[in-house]
Design a protein around this ligand. Structure first.
Ligand code: SAM
Length: 285
């Protein structure tokens, strides 16, 4: 386990992943009943953009840095609002020093009767996560293998909630494990929302993953992808995507409406683009 998210925190891929995460949470918060978020690959929770790792790559400058410097249209500002609110909450003195990872985003939005299970296997990162979550009473840190966590933590007792799967993709077979996690989660918690993140490097491997998932009998799978230049196997990450099972009703339309502007804002080279479509729609009755 060599991957350290601190090198990448706040990059273009985090911006879209976390903006979508905050919108899913906003939707779950619309109803009074409590819910649970299971974050299988939680990372360290909160990132210091002036720290050694983030400073060495500077990836955040082409991500959250650009977003905060931009003058977005009202539609994009509205789309990003719940996410940017969590970023501001971690930087109460203004500026941008602390970037919230998924556990910080989730805990800053939850109510008293909602719960986060933040799971992280790397022992050092799990210790840092414990520190970051100290005092955030709605969060419980666990140190399971992510795919064991899916099987043992679902369904949530609240019967409402979100499974976030955001692996580092440093081991071969991650797409197969994610597919298995989606199937296991669907079996245990068919009505739950799943947000499943992946990098777009090997476009053929991504297409094989999509084909396999589309044949698994899970309905309502929204695909959201963005690439800031032409994707490829070489060089730093150019593109990323996510599958959202049981997305909020408005997510497809809202995301589609802002993707041209958001992609232009985050583009780093020729061939930047995006797609938002249904990998599997709802079955017609
Ligand atoms: C991409 S980062 C997570 C970022 C985080 N979800 C966020 O949005 O802020 C992936 C994390 O998964 C952890 N990890 C790797 N393999 C794991 C496994 N099998 N089970 C649980 N965590 C794992 C890594 O240590 C790393 O911190």
């Amino acid at each position: 386990m060599n991957y350290r998210h601190a090198f990448h925190a706040g990059n273009f891929a985090d911006v879209l992943k976390h903006a979508v995460l905050a919108r899913i949470l906003t939707h779950l918060l619309d109803k009074p009943g409590g819910f649970r978020v299971v974050d299988t690959h939680a990372g360290i929770g909160l990132y210091d953009l002036e720290g050694d790792e983030a400073g060495r790559t500077g990836e955040w400058q082409n991500g959250i840095g650009r977003v905060l410097d931009a003058s977005p249209t009202p539609a994009l500002a509205d789309f990003l609002a719940p996410y940017l609110e969590t970023v501001r909450r971690e930087n109460p003195d203004g500026g941008l020093r602390h970037y919230p990872g998924s556990p910080a985003i989730v805990t800053s939005m939850l109510r008293k009767h909602d719960q986060l299970i933040a799971n992280e296997l790397h022992p050092v990162d799990a210790d840092l996560l414990e520190e970051a979550m100290a005092g955030r009473r709605r969060a419980k840190v666990m140190r399971l293998d992510a795919y064991t966590a899916v099987k043992s933590l679902l369904p949530p007792p609240e019967r409402r909630g979100l499974l976030l799967v955001d692996p580092p993709f440093e081991q071969p077979g991650e797409f197969d494990r994610m597919r298995e996690a989606m199937r296991a989660a669907h079996q245990r918690f068919a009505t739950g929302t799943q947000q499943i993140w992946y990098p777009i490097k090997d476009v053929k491997a991504v297409a094989r993953f999509h084909d396999a998932v589309a044949g698994d009998g899970i309905e309502r799978i929204l695909r959201i992808e963005q690439w800031t230049r032409r994707p490829g196997l070489e060089g730093p990450l150019a593109g990323a995507g996510m599958l959202v099972v049981n997305p909020p009703w408005t997510l497809a339309e809202a995301t589609r409406a802002v993707m041209p502007e958001l992609t232009a804002l985050l583009a780093t080279g020729p061939g930047a683009g995006w797609r938002v479509d249904w990998l599997v729609p709802e079955a017609s009755r």
